[in-house]
Structures are given as structure tokens and as C-alpha cells.
Design a protein around this ligand. Structure first.
Ligand SMILES: Nc1ncnc2c1ncn2[C@@H]1O[C@H](COP(=O)(O)OP(=O)(O)OP(=O)(O)O)[C@@H](O)[C@H]1O
Ligand SMILES: [Mg+2]
Length: 419
């Protein structure tokens, strides 16, 4: 082994991915909510544990909506679990494109003071995603749970002034799935879901009061996400361009407890919000088309979002903020990552809409990751994979921020070591 053995943590507001250097998949892929039991100081982590019933369980979110760690003590405990005790002497952490200085300093203190690692490194997630596909220059489009970023990476670096961030991400369509279910008077019942998943529980005859409200909300959210992943689909052509008389087929969806509901086009209409621009939706509002009632019904899922010009607008703005001479390269090397880009037909629709706003003589091309050996997991793990590759290079040995440097210069020295 020619590299320093270390643990990698890729932190998101929906999921935290932890694993070891040189591996292409995380060993732990856990929701960013952990379970807290009164009877134990050890937090419960990972979907397998959290999808079970535990008496007296409460949930705690440990990463906030900007993907910043909000509970450093629990995060340290999780990192410790992933650490290969005998060998891991380093910690490699990812961070969002925009990060606060004080968050980095806090992380540094945890790593050296609390967890006694010998060295650490923090790198920007989009740079790592770009490395994961062997590119040093690309436009990284990352849509996760609470954040969507369009970030130009140039020669392995990010210029802060070019970053575009939006709060329109997976969570927005989850909310619209909930809205749809409420309109249908369909209620997700976490107790019957739990019982269906773990059938021996039926004997316990659970009641709502036996389950803490945070656990209740966790299971509702888990089911909403499952519905979203299984059912939603991007329409390759904008829905507004379809013939108003177009009839969507009905589709019935069943939850694990056997309860079911029917959609009729909503699976396409809900994700449409990602591609609707502030300007086009306001025009539509000024001049409502002679639309039928069904098209009018779209509006409830596609509210006008101030200043949001669709994901295509976000990409366009990020590229326009970059130096003129790299814009062509950026349009040619767009990398989609983050869970929300796993929606069916997402890339096909996004490329179509970017082509509409890109300069006419420019080629728009997405970097195809599905051809790599990592399979589809790479959309969720691209920054983890990039971290794993980068930190395993023998030349990386000299890049670490060491405990000795920390002792000499203090936590803010991280700014010099990991710019
Ligand atoms: N197959 C899928 N289809 C649609 N959405 C999906 C799919 N898989 C995951 N998602 C959604 O992706 C989001 C999570 O993505 P990801 O793990 O990249 O987020 P994160 O990095 O934890 O969050 P953030 O970057 O916003 O802090 C969730 O909203 C989830 O429902
Ligand atoms: Mg993320």
C-alpha cells in the first residue's frame, strides 16, 4: 500500500456516505438522520436499523439543509464506526461548493482533538465528482435533497463567483407528492408500513402513541421518497407543448401495506417544476393558454419560483459566469450527479432544455457515467469515488493537513492546506 490508510466521509443533508480509501463503494450509506435510544449512547445508523421498530426511539437530523453538519458529536461517533480502527490514521471529508470557514475549523478540531486522527483533508464535492470521471474541467450539476448546484470546475479548481445554487431539489418534488396524496385523501400510515416490513410486530398491536412523532415523520418521508423514486418520470418534451387533449394513462401504485392510489399524468407533471423558468411561467400566467382543466391542474405542482429559471437556467448562468475561453468546454462536459438526477429521463430532458438556452454553435454533451465500471451508483457516490481515487494516489501523501501542523498553526490553517 502506497498511501496513508484513511476513512472517507461524503456528507449530504439526505445521506452520509462513509468508506475506505481505494474502494469504489461506501461501506456505510446512512440517512443523515440517526436514531437515538434512551437505553444507549450509541446512535442507530443505516436504513436497515432505522426501518425497524425500536421501543423509545427518536430521530435526530445531524446535517442541516445547507449540507453542513449540525451535530458534530454524533457525526464524530459515526466516523468512528466507519474507521478501520487498526489502520485508519487519516480522515478525508467532502464539503459543499460553498462552505463557511467556521464549519471547517469545527471539523478540524473534532478530527484532531476528539478522534485523534493523525491527518485530515477536506475537498469540494464537485471537484471530486469531476475527478471521478477523469475530468479536471467540467460543469458539475448536482441535485440532491435540499440543494442543487451548477459548478464550473476548471483545472481542478472552483471559482466561488461562478457557483450557482438553488433550493429547488428533491425535497421540492417530495412536497408535491405529499400534496398530491393529500388531494387524493390518501394517507400513508407509518404503523401499517412498519408492520408490513417487520411482520412479527403485528402482535405488539402498535398505536400512534407508541411511536415518537419524529419516527412517524421519518417513515412517512421514507415512503414518499419510495413513491417518488418508483413512480415519477421526467417528460422528455415540456408538458406545456403536448396537445391539450392528450390523455395520460392511469397507473396504480401499491405501498408495502397493500394500500394503493392511482395517478394519471401527475408522475410527469410533478418533476416539470425543475424545468420551468420564472420568465416563462410568468408569461404563461399573463396569457393563460386555452388549456383544458387538466393542464390548469399542473399549476398546483409548478408554482412560479422567484428568480428560478429552471435547471437549464442554472447551468447557463454558471457557464456565463466563467471565463469566455472555457465556456465551450463546459457545455461539452456536463456531469450530472446527486440522487435527484436519477429520476427517469432526467438527463434526456435536461440536455434538451440546455440546448435551447446554449449558444447556437456550441455542442452540449453530458459525460456518460453509466459506461463506467461503477454502474448507476456513481450518480450517488461520485464525490465519494473521486475522494477515493484522489486520496489513494501516491502523490497525495504530501497533501494532508497533519496533526503537527494543527498543533503549530491552529485549525484555520486548513484554509491554506485545503483551499
Ligand atoms: N431513483 C431516484 N429517483 C428520484 N430521486 C431520487 C432517486 N434516488 C434518490 N433520489 C432523491 O435524491 C435526493 C438525495 O440525493 P443525494 O443523496 O445526492 O442528496 P444529499 O447529497 O444527501 O443532499 P444535499 O446535497 O441536498 O445536501 C433525495 O431527494 C432522494 O429522494
Ligand atoms: Mg449532495
Amino acid at each position: 500500500m502506497d498511501y496513508i490508510p484513511h476513512v472517507i466521509a461524503d456528507i449530504g443533508s439526505n445521506t452520509i456516505r462513509l468508506g475506505r480509501a481505494g474502494e469504489c463503494n461506501p461501506v456505510i450509506n446512512t440517512p443523515s438522520q440517526v436514531g437515538i435510544l434512551q437505553s444507549s449512547s450509541d446512535p442507530l445508523i443505516g436504513s436497515e436499523e432505522l426501518n425497524q421498530y425500536h421501543e423509545g426511539l427518536k430521530m435526530k437530523q445531524i446535517v442541516d439543509q445547507d449540507s453542513y453538519i449540525s451535530d458534530y458529536d454524533i457525526f464524530a461517533q459515526i466516523l468512528e464506526k466507519a474507521r478501520n480502527k487498526d489502520v485508519s490514521i487519516g480522515a478525508f471529508l467532502t464539503e459543499p461548493a460553498q462552505q463557511r470557514k467556521e464549519n471547517r475549523a469545527k471539523l478540524v478540531e473534532q478530527i484532531f482533538e476528539k478522534l485523534s486522527f493523525e491527518q485530515m483533508f477536506i475537498a469540494k464535492a464537485p471537484v471530486l465528482s469531476s475527478f471521478s470521471v477523469g475530468c479536471t474541467t467540467s460543469l458539475v450539476f448536482d441535485s440532491g435533497e435540499n440543494n442543487t448546484y451548477a459548478v464550473p470546475v476548471h483545472d481542478g479548481y472552483i471559482s466561488q463567483s461562478t457557483i450557482q445554487k438553488s433550493k429547488v431539489a428533491g425535497n421540492v418534488i417530495s412536497e408535491n407528492v405529499k400534496k398530491f396524496l393529500t388531494n387524493q385523501a390518501f394517507e400513508i400510515d407509518p404503523i401499517s408500513i412498519l408492520e408490513a416490513d417487520n411482520y412479527d410486530l403485528k402482535e405488539l398491536n402498535l398505536a400512534k402513541k407508541d411511536i415518537h412523532e419524529s419516527v412517524y415523520a421519518f417513515h412517512i418521508e421514507r415512503m414518499v421518497k419510495k413513491i417518488k423514486h418508483d413512480l415519477l418520470e421526467c417528460s422528455i418534451e415540456p408538458i406545456s407543448k403536448r396537445d391539450p387533449s392528450y390523455e395520460f394513462e392511469s397507473k396504480t401504485y401499491s405501498l408495502p401495506d397493500g394500500k394503493s392510489f392511482t395517478v394519471k399524468g401527475e408522475q410527469f407533471k410533478i418533476p416539470e417544476i425543475f424545468f420551468i423558468s420564472d420568465s416563462s411561467s410568468s408569461e404563461e400566467q399573463k396569457e393563460p393558454k386555452d388549456a383544458d382543466a387538466e393542464m390548469q391542474a399542473d399549476d398546483q405542482y409548478n408554482q412560479k419560483l422567484d428568480g428560478f429559471n429552471g435547471f437549464q437556467g442554472l447551468v447557463q448562468k454558471a457557464i456565463n459566469a466563467s471565463e469566455m475561453d472555457i465556456r465551450r468546454d463546459l457545455y461539452k462536459n456536463i456531469l450530472c450527479t446527486g440522487g435527484t438526477t436519477l429520476l427517469k429521463n432526467f438527463e434526456e430532458r435536461l440536455i434538451r432544455d440546455i440546448e435551447e438556452v446554449a449558444p447556437q454553435n456550441y455542442t452540449v454533451n453530458f459525460i456518460k457515467k453509466r459506461n463506467t465500471s461503477f454502474g448507476t451508483g456513481d450518480m450517488l457516490y461520485s464525490s465519494f469515488i473521486g475522494a477515493s481515487i484522489l486520496s489513494s494516489l501516491s502523490s497525495f501523501k504530501h497533501m494532508w493537513f497533519t496533526k503537527q501542523e494543527y498543533a503549530e498553526h491552529g485549525p484555520n490553517h486548513i484554509e491554506k492546506k485545503c483551499p
